[in-house]
Ligand binder design. Sequence first.
Ligand code: ADP
Ligand code: MG
Ligand code: ZN
Length: 508
Amino acid sequence: MEKYEIVIGLEIHAELCTESKLFCNCAYTFGASANDCTCPICLGMPGTLPVINRRALEFAVRAGLAMNCEITSYSKFDRKNYFYPDLPKNYQISQYDLPLCEGGKVTFEFINGESERVEKTVRLRRIHLEEDAGKSIHAEVTNDPTRSFMDFNRAGVPLMEIVSEPEIHSPEEAVAYCRAVKEILEYIEVSKCNMEEGSLRCEPNISLRPKGSQELGTRTEIKNMNSFQFLLAAMKYEVTRQARILDSGREVVQETMLFDENTGKTVAMRGKEEADDYRYFPEPDLVHVQIDDEWKRAVKSDLPELPADRRKRFEGEFGILDHDAKLLTEKRDLADFFDETTKKLAVFFDEATIETKERNSELTTCVKSCVNWIIGDLRTLLKAAKIDIQDSKITPEHLVDLILYLEGKKDRKLEGPNAKVVLNDAFETGKMPEQIAKEKDLFAITDDSIIESAVSEVLEEHKDGAVKDYRNGKQEAIGFLIGQVMRATRGKANPQRVNQFLREKLSD
Ligand code: ADP
Ligand code: MG
Ligand code: ZN
């Protein structure tokens, strides 16, 4: 393997989440009854005429701008001819020589072979628009080996194909690239990017070449990968397979492969067809597309802050670690939530009558706490409930309230363990932390004498056990005793104070 350099280029297909299909008025819902989302146009009936969906163009332009492409001022659709049951017209309307977007680049971070975090930019060749095909339903679903069925619901759904240059050099890098593209598409809200439902499909083209060589080797393409895990496994397998072929002095055959999820191997599906085989020709039923500058500007000004920029801003503005910033910005809704929470925290400290320096350090403390709560407990709760933050009962106000109590910025305080209890409750009920803490009597004990007497009681109770152990040199026993006092005070005592009192009394 050391002899070869891996070269990978990706074709990513993303279904656009427009209300209607690319050339007709049908709405498409994943999982709808077979053929419910169809009309004569997407069924390819003779005599019907397609009309371009303006929103689909806009979405593709938005994606193009988000990935630094040049939006071409003149573009057209072409017929790609082939016969397949899931293609009712026997041709797919796609774009051949004049795609909507050209060039472009995607910058992302990944962990390289030496476990270093590196930044990489992959250039794009083009982004074009095409229609998706329908689906054949075979025996696996029907349990009837004698017949197959057709579901044309997906036929005509707008599909964007994002084609990269062949300049990715490891399977891990390829997956990181795909994740970065997915994140961007999710941020700009042009595709649901649901891989299980097939609204995002990645097709890697893979070749090997002798290290130092500039020429590209013969590639194979792996069709329609719909999970990052399988994508990675398939590429690794294919790299090893090709290396073995080259090692033995044979040549790699250019072909299209399928990944078998059960065996973990790639198998040849068909030989590589060339553009000639498709007899592409201009679609005569559609007008040419001209995107004017004004439209381009409008779409551009509507773009949200993109994940990579947001990550850099979070790192710069709040000193958040890159690993945490990545977790925070993976999903736009969570990043938005974080932004809103920090804004509200800033307002709190702006209104407090404290000096600027103090204000900044207090805000930083609270923002760090906010990061930990979001990427920790809150994400765990959301995952367990299988919901997104905007569908949960937790609002930025909840988190601000919680953090201010936890960090002791209000008249009363919540200790860590009880803050967890409060968050769980708020997640269930939507009540504000303050109310929950009051109702459940969870605010911290401020009176040291109460903590001291709890400590005394615990020491008395365990005088023959843990206390003896500690005095005999077993340091760990203190942890047990702290736990007992925390339990006795129902988590309302400050653990550092408890520790301090325990040590004082034990050394008497
Ligand atoms: P098609 O699959 O339509 O025939 P292209 O020649 O446009 O396509 O290439 C499709 C993808 O394959 C692109 O992402 C490109 O970067 C990649 N690719 C092309 N040649 C190679 C190669 N020798 N090794 C790896 N990837 C390649
Ligand atoms: Mg291809
Ligand atoms: Zn239709």
